[in-house]
Design a protein around this ligand. Structure first.
Ligand SMILES: [Zn+2]
Length: 303
């Protein structure tokens, strides 16, 4: 009898221990937390980076130089935007990793910061995290084989110059949609992923309500399978962001944004509030989602 009790206990211990040890196992990716952190420190170190500023030009030069070092051929897409404070010269940065098809998956984020007259706004998370993340993500995809073309777009002028309205916001993404339309390339764009404010130490990326269902569900399912249900909870939140101009043009788009950030548009949005580990988690999740996004895009294109 004793032997049976002991055996049952042993089985229980093994089962419970096994349950704790079983997956989800985070799949890693070539996204480097260390490089992302160095990029973030460098970019934020240039100071406040509103559209048209000298500091934003320095950030741009750094991003362009690093993309070139990574073997990409970055292009500057320059335009003059009409803002409530007059015309502003703005520059989107684009880099392409060609696939077997011209149909394109874009991974995007903004690299400008909001201008505040009352205080100096560093934008470690809002503007800094998306720029650093996208730069390292572009490097990390060097060995990723996709059927479709992968494109990286760093948006200028996401922030309102005065106050957020349809006309005073998302200048870079609105320009990008217009340019693709004029070049008759808009239909090549089959999916767009946007990241914004993904550096918070306590990462909480809820599903953005307007984002295209199949695309966001695929990314959140991937996150869950990797053990990141806490960082990618199932609740919805609606946020206006650079993905909206694409949605309006009927391009599938998903916004990954952590809007529960106590220092949003505050002087305290500084480097001590953000973590490169959060960038790495988002990097791993998006990287692991891309093969399935690629498959879906190819399937719908060949229909
Ligand atoms: Zn902002």
């Amino acid at each position: 009898m004793k032997a049976i009790v002991a055996l049952v206990l042993l089985v229980l211990v093994v089962v419970i221990y096994g349950f704790q040890r079983t997956p989800p196992t985070p799949k890693s990716s070539p996204f480097s937390e260390q490089r992302a952190e160095a990029d973030l420190r460098t970019i934020v170190g240039f100071g406040p980076r509103p559209a048209g500023s000298e500091a934003l030009a320095k950030a741009r030069n750094y991003i362009v130089a690093e993309l070139s070092k990574a073997g990409l051929k970055p292009e500057l897409d320059e335009f003059d935007a009409r803002t409530p404070r007059g015309f502003r010269h703005m520059v989107n940065i684009r880099a392409v990793r060609p696939g077997g098809r011209p149909t394109t998956i874009a991974v995007t984020g903004h690299y400008d910061t909001k201008v505040f007259d009352r205080f100096s706004f560093t934008g470690a998370n809002d503007g800094g995290s998306s720029a650093a993340w996208l730069l390292e993500f572009a490097r990390a995809t060097a060995g990723l084989k996709l059927q479709n073309t992968l494109e990286f777009v760093f948006f200028d002028g996401e922030e309102a110059v005065v106050e957020w309205t349809d006309d005073d916001s998302v200048y870079g993404s609105r320009h990008d949609v217009d340019r693709r339309y004029r070049d008759r390339k808009l239909n090549d764009l089959k999916a767009l992923i946007l990241v914004d404010m993904i550096g918070d130490k306590s990462l909480n990326i809820r599903k953005e309500a307007q984002s295209t269902s199949w695309l966001k569900n695929l990314i959140w399912d991937t996150a869950r399978s990797m053990g990141y249900s806490k960082e990618f909870p199932d609740e919805q939140i609606e946020v206006s962001d650079d993905h909206v101009p694409y949605l309006r043009a009927a391009i599938p788009a998903a916004d990954l944004i952590d809007f529960e950030y106590p220092c949003w548009h505050e002087a305290c949005d500084t480097l001590d509030k953000v973590s490169a580990n959060s960038l790495k988690i988002v990097g791993d999740v998006v990287y692991s989602s891309l093969p399935e996004i690629d498959r879906r895009v190819s399937q719908s294109a060949s229909r």
